[in-house]
Design a protein around this ligand. Structure first.
Ligand SMILES: C[S@@+](CC[C@H](N)C(=O)[O-])C[C@H]1O[C@@H](n2cnc3c(N)ncnc32)[C@H](O)[C@@H]1O
Length: 255
């Protein structure tokens, strides 16, 4: 706990990354990633393979951009750096471990920004969701949205942030954020690759499914061309619900 607080204080991060809770989540995710290494590695390998296939479909190789790069564990970094003239990794937060991973790769850039372009407004009381425009004019030949789509509403619609809004209005905002990200991806004149959760299920200690949910809030996503299961909370990890497990079905779509 003390180590995590120290990491929060000393990690270079924007005020929005701190205020939105994304820095705290990145630190928690790094710790969980270490604890759950055996359960998470197969997912990371599948993501890397999915990105390699998207990279191979790109005829020109000027810029590869990965949105939601985070800890960089699910990116085939060295191959990307060799294959493309430039690799742009975008996220709200990069921990020191991610900065170290790219230190010796001069054509790899870490770009800290809000992919929704709505967060500053949402955190100052506004409720409108804008259409992201950043990077659309850049010579990007392959763009990957990596395990970030279903996270976007979770950051923007935190309990207590929009107290005056009804449940139905919050749901609309969540859907609008997901829709705006999908439209944003589609606007790139590039190979577009979406990797994200398609379904989430929770199991009790007896292995019975006790909850299932659609992480895309009912928004229709492009059909996946490949899917795999990611045991995000393996048995023994949850302290709130001992013995419970949570599994995500992750899908990759290229268009
Ligand atoms: C599930 S994590 C995936 C991280 C990374 N691909 C990995 O597994 O190592 C989701 C990532 O999305 C980022 N993120 C969430 N909302 C964001 C936003 N509005 N703009 C940019 N990044 C965001 C988080 O900081 C986090 O790194």
């Amino acid at each position: 706990m003390i180590l995590e607080a120290w990491q929060w204080l000393t990690t270079p991060a924007t005020p929005l990354a701190r205020r939105s809770g994304l820095l705290k989540e990145a630190i928690a995710m790094q710790a969980r990633c270490k604890r759950c290494e055996a359960a998470w590695q197969p997912h990371y390998q599948r993501c890397q393979q999915a990105i390699r296939e998207a990279m191979a479909q790109s005829k020109r190789k000027r810029i590869l951009m990965v949105m939601g790069a985070g800890l960089l564990q699910d990116i085939p970094l060295h191959q990307a750096s060799e294959a493309f003239e430039q690799v742009w990794l975008v996220d709200m937060v990069f921990l020191r471990s991610a900065r170290r991973l790219v230190r010796d790769l001069p054509n790899v850039r870490l770009i800290e920004c809000d992919l929704t372009e709505s967060l500053t407004g949402l955190f100052s009381g506004r409720t409108d969701i804008v259409s992201p425009q950043r990077f659309l004019d850049e010579p990007i030949d392959c763009v990957v949205s990596l395990n970030v789509l279903t996270q976007l509403p979770l950051t923007a619609i935190r309990p207590g942030l929009h107290r005056n809004l009804e449940e139905a209005e919050l749901e609309k905002m969540g859907q609008a954020l997901i829709q705006a990200h999908l439209e944003y991806l589609s606007k790139f004149d590039a190979v577009r690759c979406l990797i994200c959760d398609r379904w989430v299920a929770e199991y009790d200690a007896q292995g019975q499914c006790i909850d299932e949910l659609d992480p895309a809030w009912g928004v229709r996503l492009p059909a996946p061309d490949t899917t795999w299961l990611w045991q995000v909370i393996p048995r023994g990890e949850s302290t709130q619900a001992p013995g419970h497990e949570r599994t995500h079905k992750v899908g990759r779509s290229i268009w």
